[in-house]
Design a protein around this ligand. Structure first.
Ligand code: ADP
Length: 740
């Protein structure tokens, strides 16, 4: 047995063993084509090694040529299976490169079929016998090279590029296991193909004298591939062990879960990756009165109300396919045959390794809650006010029919929309902050205290509204219930009555002035006429220089004096008349009187943007007085204060009205404004009748007020405030009965 024989025979046996082993492995996992292809590669290398062994001991050129002819078949198998192996094992590489390499190799095989003696040589002229290590001789052909052998070289080149490209792709994926595979397998294939090609080129160039040896480099490739494949087998075995262990652990935890689920106060179900239900806990089975076998799979759907089944299955299947959580409400038949509303919440479940394992769900009987909700909905719908329920995101979730008449939107247009669409543009951007503030501290309260609130209708008009807010804590979360009252009508009435009051006040002032002038003229006419005619008579007498003038003149002068006195008396009487008035005294609560006045003139003050502050002292004694007259005084003082602030910026118009006990059994009312104040030189005169600084003033208001207060035995005074504006105060004695 020579050394060549030993080495080649061992290689052949090793290859055949590997081929058989991997063929067996492939039979067990027929989808793993890498094993089959590796088996073909090793078998091909074995066949090539056999050919080489025979070649080396060939005795005639014919025998040599014939064996070389046969060697093209295993080489073809080797190239094609290497392309397939790299493609399957790397899951990379451009198909067209692999297909070209294989196609050229097929062309080589076909051409070889028709070539004599083979595609390598046109003619083998003789055999040379080389002596190699140990004195052993081997046969080497001598002849004319066939130019068509370039086809086979081109095929090797494409194979090389294909493997290199696939290895680079694999490396780029960055996975450490794949990178190692790219280096070991890809690197080995590239290196040894280059080695074999280089070796053949040297032989062909006559630089070295040796037979063509393909099997040895390919044996190295086979070792590299085999090493990687065996590592895979070892890894797979380890994984299988781990899987078995984790399956045992998960079986145990599943058992624990079942025990837990059976004692849970809710119904629980579980489904697998096939969507079919694989578990129901005891509470579910008790509720439905059915057995586990009846419920498993799709059996549970039989208990769902006919009208809800389709919707339920759609939700379940849709969420399942999207791997999303879901909640659905449906009617489920109870053991006694009654259908109960339930809330079913399902979530996808995953194994510790992150693999999707199906769904798990919990189910609650919500029949009572739904009944309560239904009752609530009926109450909301029947409410006379417009009602809107808004969630924390500001989405409208329920409205009653009254909303349509206030805002002009239908139910379909509003539900699900942001509530901001009902807010006027000027306030819309601020509203989300206001809303968040409300949900942060939800409580019953009125919206927009101290200012006018408006809503925006569908047609763009703004409506004055009053809004009451109440928080609603429900199982679906926190909501706000807004009760909305359209106050357009009320506002219109208020404006109308304010206008009427203004007209009336103006008219009464004009009438008072008219009456006064008429009565003044009438009363003064007589004495003035008498004075005038007496004076004319005296003048005539003096002109005539009459003799009896001396007798008549004193008489005339006396009459003039008496008529003047009469005129003075007229005026005095008029003042007394003004002072006296007719007073109907009744016990009055001054605080109540103040509040009633502000109810009357509220809308005037809003229109003039006046902020009113009332500071009413508690436990004041009652006063005796004429309610209407005292109201008139207060209204007058307030109107004057408003007039004094007309020029002040809207946000600075502040009015303070206070009541207190002034001592000496007197109740005091003060009206303080922040207007222009009273010029110091005029403060003396403001109570004089007909004194006014206003263009259209009568100058009678304060005079009348003072006479009314005097008639009540009280006092009306005015002072300028230290900062700005003026304060008017009047006192009225407390009721004697009350003081006692
Ligand atoms: P009228 O209001 O018609 O002028 P009044 O007798 O009510 O008549 O007022 C007399 C004058 O007193 C006013 O014209 C105004 O100059 C002055 N006056 C009244 N109230 C105030 C006030 N609150 N601040 C400043 N001036 C005032």
């Amino acid at each position: 047995m020579t050394l060549v024989n030993i080495v080649w025979s061992l290689s052949i046996w090793a290859c055949l063993c590997l081929a058989t082993l991997h063929l067996v492995i492939w039979f067990q996992q027929t989808n793993q084509f890498a094993y089959l292809l590796f088996s073909v590669i090793t078998a091909s290398v074995a066949a090539i090694a056999i050919c080489e062994l025979v070649l080396m001991s060939a005795q005639t050129p014919q025998e040599y040529g014939r064996v070389m002819w046969w060697a093209h078949i295993p080489i073809f198998c080797l190239v094609v299976s290497t392309v397939g192996f790299v493609r399957f094992y790397f899951n990379a590489g451009r198909w067209w490169l692999g297909v070209t390499a294989s196609g050229l190799r097929l062309l080589d095989l076909i051409m070889n079929f028709f070539a004599t003696p083979n595609l390598d040589y046109k003619e083998i002229t003789s055999l040379r016998h080389l002596t190699i290590f140990g004195g052993e001789t081997i046969s080497v052909a001598k002849g004319v090279e066939n130019p068509w052998i370039k086809v086979s070289e081109l095929s090797s080149l494409f194979l090389l590029v294909f493997v290199a490209d696939a290895s680079v792709t694999l490396w780029r994926r960055g996975n450490p296991g794949e990178r190692r595979r790219a280096v070991v397998v890809g690197g080995a294939v590239i290196f040894f193909i280059l080695t074999a090609a280089g070796f053949s080129a040297l032989i062909e160039a006559g630089r070295i004298k040796a037979p063509y040896l393909i099997s040895l480099p390919f044996l190295a490739i086979v070792v590299a591939m085999g090493y990687e494949l065996s590592s895979d087998v070892v890894r797979a075995a380890r994984l299988a062990r781990q899987l078995r262990a984790s399956e045992a652990a998960s079986r145990e935890s599943e058992e624990r879960f079942r025990i837990l689920a059976d004692t849970a106060p809710v119904m629980v179900w579980m489904s697998g990756t096939d969507m079919l239900c694989s578990f129901f806990n005891k509470p579910w089975l008790v509720f439905t009165g059915r057995t586990m076998e009846q419920e498993l799979g799709n059996g549970w759907a039989e208990g769902i109300h006919r009208d809800d089944v389709k919707r339920c299955l759609e939700t379940y299947i849709g969420s399942f396919n999207a791997r999303q959580s879901f909640t659905m409400e449906y009617r489920l038949r109870r053991a006694d045959g009654d259908y109960r509303w339930v809330l079913d919440t399902g979530v996808p479940r995953y194994l510790p390794a992150g693999e999707f394992a199906g769904y798990i769900g919990s189910v609650l009987d919500i029949t009572e809650r739904r009944l309560a909700e239904e009752r609530f909905r009926l109450v909301v719908e029947a409410a006379p006010n417009a009602m809107i329920i808004v969630d924390t995101e500001g989405k409208i979730s329920l409205i009653n029919p009254q909303v349509e008449s206030v805002f002009g939107y239908s139910q379909e247009e509003l539900v699900g929309q942001p509530v901001e669409m009902l807010i006027p543009n000027s306030f819309r951007s601020e509203h989300p902050n206001y809303r968040q503030g409300y949900f942060a501290e939800p409580q019953v309260r009125t919206m927009g205290v101290g200012r006018e609130v408006f809503g925006r209708r569908k047609d763009g008009r703004e409506v004055p509204i009053e809004i009451g807010l109440s928080p609603l804590h429900t199982s679906a979360g926190l909501f706000a219930l807004a009760s909305i009252l359209d106050i357009t009508e009320r506002r219109r009435n208020e404006l109308e009555s304010a206008r009427q009051r203004n007209d009336l006040a103006h008219l009464s002032r004009v009438a008072l002035l008219g009456e006064l002038s008429v009565s003044l003229a009438h009363e003064l006419n007589q004495p003035l006429t008498a004075i005038l005619s007496n004076a004319e008579a005296a003048e005539l007498l003096l002109a005539q220089d009459a003799a009896d003038a001396g007798d008549e003149l004193p008489q005339i002068l006396r009459e003039i004096v008496s008529e003047s006195k009469r005129a003075g008396e007229v005026i005095r009487r008029l003042r007394v008349l003004l002072k006296k008035g007719d007073i109907r005294r009744v016990p009055l609560d001054m605080n109540e009187l103040v509040q009633n006045v502000f109810k009357l003139i509220r809308s005037d003050l809003i229109n003039q943007h006046i902020a009113v502050q009332l500071e009413l002292a508690p436990h004041l004694p009652l006063v005796d007085g004429d309610e209407v007259q005292l109201q008139q005084v207060l209204i007058n003082l307030v109107i004057n204060a408003c007039d004094a602030m007309a020029e002040v910026a809207a946000n600075g118009r502040r009015l303070l009205v206070s009541t207190d006990f002034a001592g000496e059994s007197k109740v005091r009312v003060s009206v303080t404004d922040e207007g222009y104040g009273i010029p110091p030189e005029k403060i003396e005169h403001i109570f004089d009748p007909f004194f006014t600084t206003k263009e259209i003033g009568t100058g009678l208001g304060l005079a009348v007020c003072r006479s009314i207060i005097s008639a009540h035995s009280g006092e009306l005074t005015a002072i300028n405030n230290p900062q700005c504006g003026a304060t008017f105060q009047f006192t009225v004695p407390a009721s004697e009965k009350d003081t006692e």
